[in-house]
Design a protein around this ligand. Sequence first.
Ligand code: HSE
Length: 435
Amino acid sequence: MQQQLRIGIAGLGTVGGGVWKHLHTNAELLLQRTRTRIAITRVAVRRAERAEALGVAPELVTPRWQDLPEDPNVDVVVELIGGTTDAYELISRSLKAGKHVVTANKALLAECGEELFALASRHRRQLLFEASVAGGIPIIKALREGLVANRIISLHGIVNGTCNYILSQMSTTGRTFEDVLADAKALGYAEADESLDVEGHDAAHKTAILAALAYGFWVPMHQVYTEGIRHIEQEDVKYAHQLGYELKLLGIIQADSAGAVEVRVHPTLVPREHVLASVNGVFNAVYVRGDIVGDTLFYGRGAGADATASAVIGDIAEIACMGPDAARCRGVGFDALYARVRGIEDIHSRYYLRLEVSDRPGVLAAVASVLGEHQIGILSVIQPERDSGKTSVPLVIMLHDAVERDVNAALAKISRLEVVKEDVVRIRVETFAKK
Ligand code: HSE
């Protein structure tokens, strides 16, 4: 028997426009697969001309998102307005009013996920969020369903399309950061506030959501170490190549046997032969190591209207398939083993350092001696010849595995050496070794 599911969409921006369009593109296919007619019965949009341009019937349109939770002709509210204030109100009012909710709002879930899932559970409604992480890649369903039998050993994700686009373009074309950022904005990848992308916050929100799914507890955002890509220079991309690496913004999550979990986002050197090194442009990828399955890779478009709409519609279809009894909200699950975050100072990593030093005898020895005092070994060194007219030279050093606290202490001393001329550049290096 054919059922009907009535959808209210809030927000007709890049993602909302894509959802509107593709719910029509594949309407018949969705009907066959879910045995449910998915009908859009209300659209809340601030600018009526946007609705008009998309061909939304005027009688469906309201300028007030507040109308959706109150509308008796809406079963599912699709929150695509973004931000954490109105969106929070919309989702909580909708759940309280007995609506299911589908959202793409990573910032809101990362900040208030625990509370919102508890609310959904109390009201026996679904709160689905596939589009919040990695655009079109069904990574949420993969972690919740496909990999449910596994303890997650580690997860490495390229989860911000804008940053990956910028870093790939810097790597392949030699263009500057600012130049490439303008392209990413024009292509509709970047957030309205682009600093969310380039300062790493968007990736941090997504990584926190993945960590909650992998380890069953919500990591407070202030405990997610976050470093963006604004400071990345062409010179470091070039040396990375010379050393056999690509530069990527990675979200890294891994647990130790004592129950502590690292959750961090930062530019990372990835060995060229690793599969994540060849993920380019707006593509995202999530590399998950499970204790039973071993290594798995999920790859696809991480941003843009179509990819994100695919994920939102997947959630709507899931609710349609569950039928009228879609009452048990799963939240993010729970794992009694893990509940603690390991701070960045306690991580173990390899490191890339670039220093600008005086070109005179004894400099390398002085730097190596400080590293030695802190038990930090050197893997390799590049010291190109001095450009004419300059009195300093770059010194690029790859370090062995070390504890971040020791590296920080050594760098504090190194930057005070009289021969060191500029701020030291430090980039973490990932080996993906099995621990
Ligand atoms: N600004 C985000 C990105 C959009 O670039 O990945 C998708 O979440």
